[in-house]
Design a protein around this ligand. Structure first.
Ligand SMILES: Cc1ncc(COP(=O)(O)O)c(C=O)c1O
Length: 216
């Protein structure tokens, strides 16, 4: 299929605002090919074809939202997944990785450098703890662990100008400890988010067991 054909027949259809959260969770981000499949197509290809060398060059310089270059950077199947997760989470965008630990490691490694400080909830999935305690510290990042449900501990642990991220799991695995996010504690959560936004701190939150949609 040529690029032009792909643009005509494959497309991201946005859902109307009136659609329910449930429908959004099932259909957001769907890109339907020229075959009109009902379910999401699974794209097995690594590469994509171009009309010309010039078209290839242009796409490599800057790919449009519905243009793909190489499956490791993204493909229509992954794009559907990312858009659906963003719709469920109510976020601007989403980025998919091949595993949970790749997401945690990639997120933290890309935002931190030697000398930075992270505050994290103590109750974590073992491998997250390993990344924070063993890997980040090896690269000169300092980590302070706090009781996730105690906002005063979070506040006390933050070092102005040095803390670059705060980290927690919405419901920790395996101990099911709640950090400051559950709906029953909406006010502390709002307070914390407001406060973190003032501090401009990124908030990596791991949600294997529950995302905002499931918790509200
Ligand atoms: C909170 C949490 N983080 C990370 C992981 C690991 O994810 P993956 O096995 O996809 O790397 C899990 C797996 O259960 C988890 O519960």
């Amino acid at each position: 299929m040529s690029d032009t054909g792909a643009k005509k027949s494959v497309g991201l259809k946005s859902l109307p605002d009136t659609v329910s959260a449930q429908t959004r969770a099932v259909h957001s981000g769907t890109r339907r090919s020229q075959y009109g499949e009902v379910s999401e197509a699974i794209f097995m290809t690594q590469g994509f074809v171009y009309d010309s060398a010039e078209a290839a060059e242009a796409r490599f310089i800057e790919a449009g939202r519905e243009e793909f270059i190489y499956a490791r950077y993204g493909n229509p199947t992954v794009a559907m997944f990312e858009d659906r997760i963003a719709a469920i989470e109510g976020t601007e965008d989403a980025f998919a990785t091949a595993s949970g630990m790749a997401a945690v490691n990639g997120a933290l490694m890309s935002m931190l450098r030697a000398g930075d400080h992270v505050v994290s909830a103590r109750a974590l999935f073992g491998s997250c703890l390993y990344i924070l305690e063993e890997i980040l510290t090896r690269y000169g990042v300092e980590v302070t662990f706090v009781d996730g449900d105690d906002l005063t501990q979070w506040e006390a642990a933050i070092i102005k100008g040095k803390t670059r991220a705060v980290f927690f799991e919405s419901v920790s695995n395996p101990r099911c400890r709640l950090s400051i996010s559950p709906p029953l504690r909406v006010w502390p959560m709002m307070q914390a988010l407001w406060w973190w936004s003032i501090m401009c701190l990124p908030l990596p939150c791991f949600k294997t067991t529950a995302n905002w949609a499931l918790m509200s």
